[in-house]
Design a binder for this molecule. Structure first.
Ligand code: 2M8
Length: 439
């Protein structure tokens, strides 16, 4: 068997082992439910093996869509063992949540339109059109919800109310905000008294993954506290925004939204449907306002505070994602590619690290503060290709695949050594290894 065929076979085994009937769990043990952007990346890989299963992955995610249009970041397994997880979120407190499944009450980066198009690419035209017709209403409702609820001032960018919505849970800009401005008094107290280890006893994640590869106890506590505050407001955005802890227009999320808007337009166009005027206008404004995230002093994009519009000047993997958005100028794309090449920033032996090497937050082991992830590499490769950086894209594709060949389908990898980290046999790593090896 050739090396490539062997890799594909092993990746397929991971996806089969994580198959939960109509969706794929990210990994056994740590992640027994369905997650939004995981399912999208998984479907992008599955389409090469089984188009039908890829479609079902997306449709099963849409079972969780709320009547207001939100696609939640998690759809829970109904297994009796996970009652506590469902209780934590209690989506039933919102009048908009679906009746037959329990979900979370927040969303995740809108990768859906991209996944729908990628699956469509694998179908003959008639089948593709009927697939697009089937999901277009859900996608339109989702994007309309994003604008209605998350861009309440009609300024163009959508805001996120919890770090989990970015998918980059403990990413430096959000954690910097948390520690400088947002830590609740009682967590501040625990921090001062160095009592945070006590909370570690209640964590489920560190039973599966070494503690130094996950977020700190204090960060975990703060994220769960923030989640509980949302639940107490019944996930009602007006009530949430009245006293919100987090309200950030996240760079990664908005980069992905811009691309999703493009893909949604492509879907509509190919079945000769017109998108609502209002939605098209909001999409256009997003592309325009996105440029306000550029900081001329440090020559890069940042997330910003929703209320004050203050840029959160802490670089992270999001710094490179405007490449994926695809609407920034070639000149600015060139600047980002220079950062990607720089070995003190985003260019270590096993790129792309989730925080630049010279960041005070950089830790090669800790989750979204340093390790290399397959999904963000996939987004960057896609952007590099569209901006004409074919060699950079090919090199990154190769180094990413090498990680899987030598170290398996880990959740994330040490960017300095390639060491596998986090959950083993992780679905999106396997799925995207398949997709990356198909070009
Ligand atoms: C991680 O997030 C979850 C919470 O949603 C967690 O920390 O338990 C993130 O890596 C996120 O991007 C991912 O979708 C999720 C499942 O793989 O895990």
């Amino acid at each position: 068997m050739s090396e490539n065929a062997d890799l594909l076979e092993r990746a397929k085994t991971v996806l089969d082992d994580n198959d939960h009937g109509h969706y794929t769990i990210p990994a056994h043990g740590l992640y027994p439910h369905q997650w939004l952007w995981d399912s999208c990346f998984i479907a992008i890989g599955l389409r090469h093996l089984d188009v039908e299963r890829a479609k079902i992955e997306i449709l099963s995610l849409l079972r969780g869509q709320w009547t207001n249009g939100m696609v939640p970041h998690m759809v829970f397994s109904d297994d009796a063992r996970f009652r506590q997880d469902r209780e934590t979120w209690r989506s039933w407190v919102s009048p908009f949540s679906p009746d037959d499944v329990v979900t979370s009450g927040i969303t995740q980066p809108p990768m859906l339109a991209e996944a729908v198009v990628r699956i469509g690419e694998k179908m003959p035209p008639a089948e593709r059109h009927s697939w697009y017709r089937q999901v277009l209403p859900n996608l339109v409702a989702y994007h309309e919800w994003l604008y209605a609820e998350r861009d309440p001032h009609g300024e163009g960018l959508v805001l996120q109310i919890h770090p989990w919505e970015t998918g980059l849970d403990n990413t430096p800009p959000w954690m910097a905000e948390l520690h400088h401005h947002l830590l609740p008094w009682w967590i501040r107290g625990l921090k001062k008294l160095k009592l945070d280890h006590v909370t570690g006893l209640f964590r489920r994640d560190t039973r599966f993954v070494p503690a130094e590869q996950r977020y700190s106890n204090l960060d975990a506590l703060a994220l769960f506290d923030a989640q509980k505050r949302l639940r107490r407001k019944n996930y009602d955005i007006n009530a949430v925004l009245d006293h919100t802890l987090f309200a950030i227009e996240d760079l990664a999320f908005n980069s992905i939204l811009i691309r999703a808007n493009e893909q949604l337009k492509n879907i509509a166009k190919s079945i000769r449907k017109t998108l609502p005027e209002g939605l098209l206008a909001r999409m256009e404004l997003t592309t325009k306002t996105f440029e306000e995230l550029w900081d001329p002093y440090t020559s890069q994009y940042y997330s910003r505070d929703f209320i004050t519009h203050r840029l959160l000047k802490e670089p992270s993997i999001a710094t490179l994602l405007p490449l994926y958005a695809g609407t920034i100028s070639q000149e600015r794309a060139d600047v980002l590619v220079k950062m990607l090449e720089n070995e003190h920033l985003f260019g270590p032996a096993y790129p792309v690290p989730s925080a630049p090497l010279e960041s005070p937050y950089f830790d090669p082991l800790r989750y979204w503060q340093g390790p290399t992830w397959f999904n963000t590499n996939w987004l960057i490769i896609d952007g590099l290709e569209r901006y004409g950086f074919k060699d950079h894209a090919a090199a990154l594709r190769e180094s990413t695949l090498e990680l899987a060949e030598h170290h398996g389908f880990a959740e994330y990898f040490n960017p300095l050594t390639g060491e596998p980290l986090g959950a083993p046999n992780f679905s999106w790593t396997a799925a995207l290894a398949i997709d990356l090896s198909k070009k």
